[in-house]
Design a protein around this ligand. Structure first.
Ligand SMILES: [Zn+2]
Length: 633
């Protein structure tokens, strides 16, 4: 699956996450002469500011003579400059597609000064044509593109057009559907912005111009064989019309298309062999289907395919990972038969014989794991707790096994554990599903790090955020990781780094590295950045992310320790959909100790002392997590 994450932050090159860049940004090095010089690191020439009210600019003032402090103004507003030259400004954005800023730097009482006219690009916004009463925001058609759905379903429509209009969608067969003012959603988009604590209201799509409607699924604009739909907006005597850019194909569920998932159809050999399933197209990862999983296709939206896992559940996956089986292939399903546990030195494995490689989901709770098998019907006569022949008897880790049939086509099997979950992994073996439950490592209560294997992941490259003076995130994270390794080894831990030089390493090889070494704990070290339009002065701080339930405590201990070291605002912990915290085999967390885009915090990350503080926070967080787990009876 794609191993990029979907949460805002430095680890995520999501569009609009401004200071993250894979390109080499112009480094704000001083010119050869020592005259005063203003460098702007963000936005770079190729960046387009995605916000329309305010934006941040940051960079460094370099050069100059003497030791007098440097002052900087941007459009007349004073901007503090650190001794190392770093600065950041929070500025209004003009209502235009270009924004010009006048930066003036001066040094002390001397006559040395620098003036820079900096031009940034701003993402264009829709503007109605002047003088027209009726208009349609042609960038607002939702949904747009190509859609495939079964006949009995419908499509929610929304569009932005002139307020107070009569709006209808003309269908090619002569009828039309009305669109009505959206009165149910007073504020849009209205969603909480994760880890942004601004209380200032966000810009909203004006409610007065938002229309919604319902289109029953029927072939529309498909393959050039059917005509398209036209939106008609009427205000008084003025009418605006536009083709709704949507093709609809009808999916035949009476003879469904059966597909097999393959995470690596391009045969790169470098993937994790899991296809991510999402509750909404392009949404947060909620299922992890191994290559070979078979399911029924029930819809498409552009590059996303909807799978029907059971009568009650659908999941969206990437089209590139879906391979159709020959027409006539029956939908997967059938009987799930008796299960058995097998004990090993570091794990105990549940074997579930299946009729096919059914889609499944594993739910972790503190002391249990539940496998939900979609499309299965239980005929589990035996749930055997030991090896065939009783060679190893009853495994002490699994206290109880149960199964249930919550729906006609869903089976759940639950393992209740004597210990809190440390990790697990699942895979297909032929048609059988194997769920391997990891035994918790032996922990020394006095010296919990002694003998433990810790994998540290210095975040990036590729990508990585830049600070005002040009400090690059991967440089800082590697320095912190080396220092943390020293401290961990001093405490008796066995430490591996996923990266020990500036070589670019993708995300999956990093988590695979940790799993191959049976890491007891994995911590990925980062420095944060904000997306466009978020005030950096009110939103900076320390935050730590996890994905698996067992990692919550690890994230909490890391956050607590880092806040103690840095004494910056505590943004708290969060569940984040990051590749480095998704591994199931060990507790894993990702630290965003400081914001590299803030001059003061960049200076801390650049200093030996600051890197030792970050390292101490990481080490203490891991140690406190292990100490707490060591107390478990
Ligand atoms: Zn990062």
């Amino acid at each position: 699956m794609l191993l990029v994450s979907v949460v805002t932050g430095c680890a995520v090159p999501r569009s609009g996450t401004a200071p993250v860049s894979g390109r080499a940004l112009p480094s704000p090095t001083a010119p050869a002469r020592d005259s005063l010089h203003i460098a702007v690191v963000y936005p770079a020439v190729t960046d387009v500011i995605q916000s329309h009210d305010s934006a941040f600019l940051f960079g460094a003032v370099r050069g100059g003579r003497g030791v007098e402090p440097t002052t900087l103004t941007v459009d007349g507003h004073a901007v503090p400059v650190l001794p190392n030259g770093g600065w950041i400004a929070w500025l209004p954005v003009p209502d235009d597609t270009v924004a010009q800023f006048r930066l003036v730097a001066r040094q002390g009482g001397s006559s040395d000064s620098a003036v820079t006219l900096f031009t940034a690009r701003v993402a264009p916004q829709f503007r109605p044509a002047p003088g027209r009463a009726a208009w349609i925001d042609t960038t607002s058609f939702t949904p747009a593109g190509t859609l495939a759905l079964p006949l009995e379903e419908g499509i929610p429509l929304s569009v932005h057009a002139s307020p107070g209009a009569t709006v209808r969608l003309l269908l090619p067969w002569g009828s039309s559907v009305p669109l009505v003012p959206d009165t149910l959603a007073p504020e849009l988009p209205g969603a909480v912005r994760a880890f942004v604590i601004d209380t200032a209201p966000r810009r909203h799509v004006p409610v007065a111009g938002r229309y919604v409607g319902w289109l029953p699924a029927a072939a529309l604009c498909a393959d050039g064989r059917t005509a398209c739909a036209t939106l008609v907006v009427t205000v008084g005597g003025d009418t605006a019309m536009a083709r709704w850019p949507l093709d609809v194909h009808v999916v035949d569920m009476t003879f469904p298309t059966v597909v097999v998932l393959d995470d690596d159809t391009a045969h790169t050999g470098t993937t994790d062999s899991l296809s991510a399933g999402r509750a909404v197209p392009h949404g947060t990862y909620n299922w992890f289907f191994p290559t070979g999983t078979v399911a029924v296709e029930s819809g498409r939206w552009n590059d996303q395919v909807r799978l029907r896992l059971s009568r009650a559940t659908v999941a969206w996956v990437n089209e590139a990972e879906v391979v159709p089986l020959p027409p006539g292939t029956p939908p997967p399903g059938g009987v799930v038969s008796s299960v058995r546990l097998a004990s090993g030195p570091k794990s105990v494995t549940l074997r579930v014989p299946l009729p096919a490689r059914l889609p499944y989901q594993i739910t972790e709770r503190e002391r249990s794991l539940t496998v939900r098998l979609y499309g299965g019907a239980s005929d589990i006569n035996w749930m055997q707790y030991g090896e065939s022949g009783g060679a190893t008897g009853t495994d002490p880790l699994v206290t109880r096994m149960t199964y249930a049939q919550p729906a006609g086509d869903e089976v759940t099997i639950t393992l209740e554990l004597a210990r809190r979950v440390w990790g697990y992994r699942a895979r297909f073996d032929g048609r059988d599903l194997l769920l391997e439950v990891r035994r918790p490592p032996p922990l020394d209560r006095e010296h919990p790090l002694r003998g433990r294997t810790v994998v540290l992941d210095p975040g990036h490259p590729p990508l990585g955020a830049r600070g005002p003076t040009g400090l690059w995130e991967p440089v800082a994270t590697l320095a912190v990781a080396f220092k943390a390794k020293t401290l961990l080894e001093r405490a008796g831990a066995i430490v591996f780094l996923t990266r020990t030089d500036s070589t670019s390493i993708e995300l999956y090889p990093r988590t695979h590295f940790a799993e191959l070494r049976d890491a007891d704990v994995l911590v990925s070290i980062h420095a944060n950045a904000l997306p466009d339009g978020v005030n950096p002065f009110t939103n900076g701080g320390t935050s730590v992310y996890y994905f698996q339930p067992r990692s919550t405590r690890l994230a909490r201990e890391l956050d607590r320790a880092l806040v103690t070291e840095f004494r910056v605002r505590d943004l708290g912990i969060g569940r984040g959909d990051y590749a480095l915290v998704r591994p199931t085999w060990m507790p894993a967390a990702l630290t965003e100790g400081l914001f590299i885009m803030l001059p003061e915090q960049e200076a801390v990350l650049a200093s030996e002392d600051g890197q030792w503080r970050y390292a101490r926070g990481v080490v203490r967080g891991i140690e406190n997590f292990l100490r707490e787990r060591a107390r478990e009876p």
